[in-house]
Design a binder for this molecule. Structure first.
Ligand SMILES: CC(C)(COP(=O)(O)OP(=O)(O)OC[C@H]1O[C@@H](n2cnc3c(N)ncnc32)[C@H](O)[C@@H]1OP(=O)(O)O)[C@@H](O)C(=O)NCCC(=O)NCCS
Length: 170
């Protein structure tokens, strides 16, 4: 288990009554995170929701955004190749475009700085694939300053082109 998995939990109010809690997701959080993922089937398929996310949550560090004690957004993080990587990120549809995704990312960037990491990264569906939900995802990341550093063609029909994107942190 990495050091980031052992960080203390902290909480921060980010406006209205949305609270960001940072720390390793607790057992109780899994249902709330899966509830958000279930709300986003255009991004998270059955395999992601039923297999991958529940496993990854156990081994990655997470921030969750809570509104009235219910999880409305989450981000999971792990270190790889010297970068802080985003495993999964999601904000429930009714709560999107309120700055929650940006705040989750900002907490992740603070964590990267604490860990002495200079870059935050993830991968997503490439822009050669015409699929509007992921166009929105790319817009989000590009707006936050991410840039493409690698592209790969895959034989996964659900993701024929993957882009690797990162943001250099000052
Ligand atoms: C990507 C996601 C986490 C963003 O969360 P969010 O809380 O809605 O994002 P924010 O409100 O913080 O948006 C910050 C900025 O990103 C850009 N942005 C966010 N969503 C956008 C969209 N659908 N279309 C275009 N730009 C968008 C905007 O510039 C926005 O600022 P603005 O609202 O002031 O214009 C959310 O849309 C989501 O859960 N998407 C589905 C899951 C997903 O894509 N996960 C990643 C898979 S790799």
């Amino acid at each position: 288990m990495s050091d980031i998995g052992r960080k203390k939990v902290s909480e921060e109010l980010i406006g209205d009554d949305v609270m960001i809690r940072f720390g390793k997701a607790e057992a109780d959080d899994l249902a709330g995170i899966l509830d958000v993922a279930e709300n986003l089937p255009e991004w998270f398929d059955e395999d992601a929701r039923g297999r991958a996310i529940p496993i990854d949550i156990k081994y990655q560090t997470s921030f969750v955004a809570l509104k009235k004690d219910k999880i409305v957004g989450f981000i999971t993080l792990f270190v790889n190749e010297g970068r802080l990587n985003i495993g999964w990120i999601g904000v429930k549809k009714g709560f999107q475009r309120q700055g929650i995704g940006r705040q989750l990312l900002s907490k992740a960037e603070e964590l990267a700085a604490e860990l002495g990491l200079r870059e935050i990264a993830t991968s997503t569906l490439g822009d050669s694939v015409d699929y509007p939900p992921y166009e929105a995802t790319r817009q989000f990341y590009f707006k936050q300053g991410f840039q493409i550093y690698m592209r790969s063609q895959t034989d996964n029909p659900g993701c024929p082109e993957e882009i690797y994107i990162s943001k250099k942190l000052s």
